[in-house]
Design a protein around this ligand. Structure first.
Ligand code: PLP
Length: 463
């Protein structure tokens, strides 16, 4: 399998190379040169597979000959052992044709574990073979940092540095990162906001001369192809559980960077009969606006009760645009260069074709709380605020009440106690047993000024 850049001007890579790369050298994102397609018979034949076995069937065409079958099977089996539910991604019924796909049974209680538990293991596998060490560097406003740290803490060939804005992430989210005490894990609290953290990370990727000889930085945000790849699996898993491929399906996906829902789009192209994908956004509705009026435009950022969807630009949307523009890299390069400084009007035909599959809604905090309360009061099920936007958007956009609507539950409610409290329900969000003592655990992190030089010197001294 070969990977190409959405901006048409970077070298083709194989799976091993794309795993170790962030952005393409032309500023684009890597996508597979072609997608594997599965027949209905083939998909039906997977109905009784365990999660990690299904993952092998879906993922192996993307890996190609970079990992022998036996090794890939063993990596996948190991990856999903860290999940606390035997179904890995259990389905919960909310209504006659409405389902919740619980993607928060991993170690850090958010769906990002599905990809980052695998990413750490894949990186370690290749690095061992190459006898090489790499440095992971990332910025987080919450979920990504803890999932990345948890995915890499046991990796022998990785040092990981995660920057978070000092005093600006929730206590639960901070502690999920800072109570990991392995020697290869470094938490840096920056005296600044999330954008400051991200600016330092971006500048460090551009100039890596501060690293010791032979070392390189690796990105673990959702521009990394392997993260998208890992997320395709649970669409097939849910579909098979609910009668696909004989039955068509709809999914509603709480969306920020468009990574998770892009994986659903790929699942459809690979043969899963998905008829509708609902883009659920909060007040930060850049994607809802582009779907509605075909104009892709940044606006100011709002703080909401679903902070992991608080973004002003959705980087993975470029991967969809590439397909909508018939994979014309030059065209995407021009559009994205304009988008650096300006809004862009997208092609009407392209957007009309996108609307046959995608619909969208923007759900504000009041509606989010009211869905949390209603669901809890009616059936005793507690939604986290991100998943609640998914439920509401799924209901608003549903085109066919006779087909199952599967809402992706992207986080456990205990990660976002403020939203649960504001929903005024007669219950608290309880931590699962493996994290019940989180507030008593020892923490370790370093506070640094908002200064790339200081951060890079600190990193150099630890390596
Ligand atoms: C990251 C995250 C999202 C958004 O996912 P994208 O792939 O960026 O669209 C939604 N919900 C939660 C809980 C998350 O952590």
């Amino acid at each position: 399998m070969k990977y190409i850049s959405t901006r048409g001007n970077a070298p083709e890579l194989n799976f091993e190379q794309v795993l170790l790369t962030g952005l393409a050298s032309d500023g684009g994102l890597y996508v597979p040169a072609s997608l594997p397609e599965f027949s209905a018979d083939q998909i039906a034949g997977w109905a009784s597979l365990a999660y990690h076995e299904l993952a092998f069937e879906v993922i192996s065409p993307f890996v190609g000959d970079c990992i022998p079958e036996e090794d890939l099977r063993s990596i996948l089996s190991d990856t999903y052992k860290s999940f606390s539910h035997p179904a890995i991604a259990p389905l919960i019924q909310l209504d006659r044709n409405e389902w919740i796909l619980e993607l928060f049974q991993g170690p850090t209680l958010a769906f990002k574990d599905f990809a980052l538990q695998l990413l750490g293991r894949l990186l370690d596998y290749f690095l061992k073979k190459r006898n090489q060490r790499v440095v992971i560097m990332g910025a987080t406003s919450g979920d990504t940092g803890s999932a990345a740290i948890e995915g890499c803490r046991h990796c022998d060939n990785i040092d990981i540095f995660i920057l978070h804005p000092n005093n600006r992430v929730s206590e639960v989210q901070r502690r999920q990162m800072t109570t990991v005490l392995e020697d290869n894990v470094y938490n840096i609290a920056i005296e600044g906001n999330f954008d400051d953290c991200q600016d330092i990370v971006k500048a460090s990727f551009r100039d890596q001369s501060f690293l010791p000889d032979g070392m390189q930085l690796v990105a673990v945000n959702s521009i990394n192809w392997a993260r998208i790849m890992a997320q395709i699996v649970y669409y097939f898993y849910a579909g098979l559980s609910l009668g696909s491929p004989a039955k068509t399906m709809a999914f509603s996906v709480p969306t920020g960077n468009f990574g998770d829902i892009f994986a659903g789009y790929l699942a459809k192209k690979m043969g899963l009969p998905i008829n509708q994908l609902v883009i659920a956004t909060n007040k930060n509705n850049v994607l809802h606006r582009v779907m509605t009026d075909s104009v892709y435009a940044r606006t100011e950022l709002h703080q909401t009760l679903s902070p992991s969807m608080d973004i002003s630009v959705s980087s993975n949307f470029e991967r969809l645009m590439f397909d909508l523009y018939d994979r014309d890299g030059d065209c995407i390069r021009h559009l994205m260069e304009t988008f650096n400084t300006d809004s862009i009007a997208l092609n009407d035909d392209a957007m009309a074709s996108a609307r046959t599959l995608f619909s969208s809604a923007s759900v504000d905090d009041a509606a989010t709380c009211s869905i949390i309360a209603k669901t809890f009061n009616e059936i005793g099920y507690m939604l986290d605020p991100h998943s609640a936007t998914g439920v509401e958007a799924g209901r608003l956009c549903n085109r066919n009440p006779d087909q199952p609507m599967v809402v992706l539950a992207t986080a456990h409610p205990a990660k976002f106690p403020d939203a649960i409290e504001q929903s005024n329900i007669d219950a608290e969000a309880k931590m699962p047993p493996h994290l019940s003592d989180l507030l008593e655990r020892e923490e370790r992190f370093t506070v640094l000024p908002c200064d790339k030089g200081v951060v890079n010197t600190f990193m150099h001294d630890q390596l």
